[in-house]
Design a protein around this ligand. Structure first.
Ligand code: ATP
Ligand code: MG
Length: 197
């Protein structure tokens, strides 16, 4: 048998296995994904899916639970194409460190997110940096879990942020952990507009 024949035979086997798995995946439902870990790329990944969704003419909505110090490039673009945003009014929580106003701001943003999680005209809800609201106890985890669990059947949800609570990762269909190998900031490089935010 020639090398080419052997290659073709191996590829045929791979194809059969993939086809089998594709045929077995026949559940149609919205997906709940958690993107966590200490590496860079969690929010950008979430926004990538928002772009994908909008690019197919579907509806996405974004709640940002930690307002950046800088304006957010994705928000500037996506608002222009009609994607609604709910942004927490206070700055980085580790800067403000005011439990009362932070909790109120988190709650206000969550109330809007909750409306989207009950609206079947929204195909995708991105809950950016929500994990911290749970860790700091700014939001009630039971309420968050219940809103995600009871969302419309075909709606997808993405939660991003470090240290995702176990109940969130257990409920999720897809969990990705972004690992930090190195980050430019560690060698003194400033956060760059158009790249980091
Ligand atoms: P991005 O928004 O770039 O996808 P992220 O969502 O994974 O990043 P966050 O923890 O939300 O990460 O941090 C947001 C900001 O912090 C970004 O400007 C990002 O470049 C920076 N950052 C992310 N990971 C690290 C890291 N390991 N060390 C230093 N800075 C980081
Ligand atoms: Mg982020």
């Amino acid at each position: 048998m020639s090398e080419q024949d052997r290659h073709q035979q191996r590829q045929q086997k791979v194809k059969e296995k993939v086809d089998e798995k594709v045929a077995a995946a026949n559940i149609e439902k919205g997906i709940f994904q958690v993107i966590t870990g200490n590496g860079k790329g969690k929010s950008t990944s979430g926004f990538g899916v928002v772009t994908r969704c909008v690019g197919h003419g579907q509806n996405a909505a974004v709640a940002q639970f930690i307002k950046g110090m800088w304006d957010c490039g994705e928000r500037n673009l996506l608002e222009k194409v009609g994607v609604p945003f709910a942004v927490m009014k206070t700055g980085f929580t580790w800067e403000t460190q005011n439990r009362e106003t932070d909790t109120a701001a988190a709650e206000e943003t969550w109330q809007q997110a909750k409306k989207w999680l009950a609206d079947d005209s929204i195909d995708l809800v991105l809950l950016d940096e929500l994990t911290y609201m749970v860790s700091y106890d700014y939001l009630d985890l039971d309420e968050v879990i219940s809103a995600i669990e009871n969302r419309p059947k075909m709606q997808s949800v993405i939660v991003t942020g470090r240290g995702a609570h176990r109940r969130l990762t257990e409920l999720a269909d897809t969990v990705s952990e972004v690992r930090n190998v190195k980050h430019a900031f560690e060698s003194g490089v400033k956060a760059l507009k158009g790249f980091d935010y």
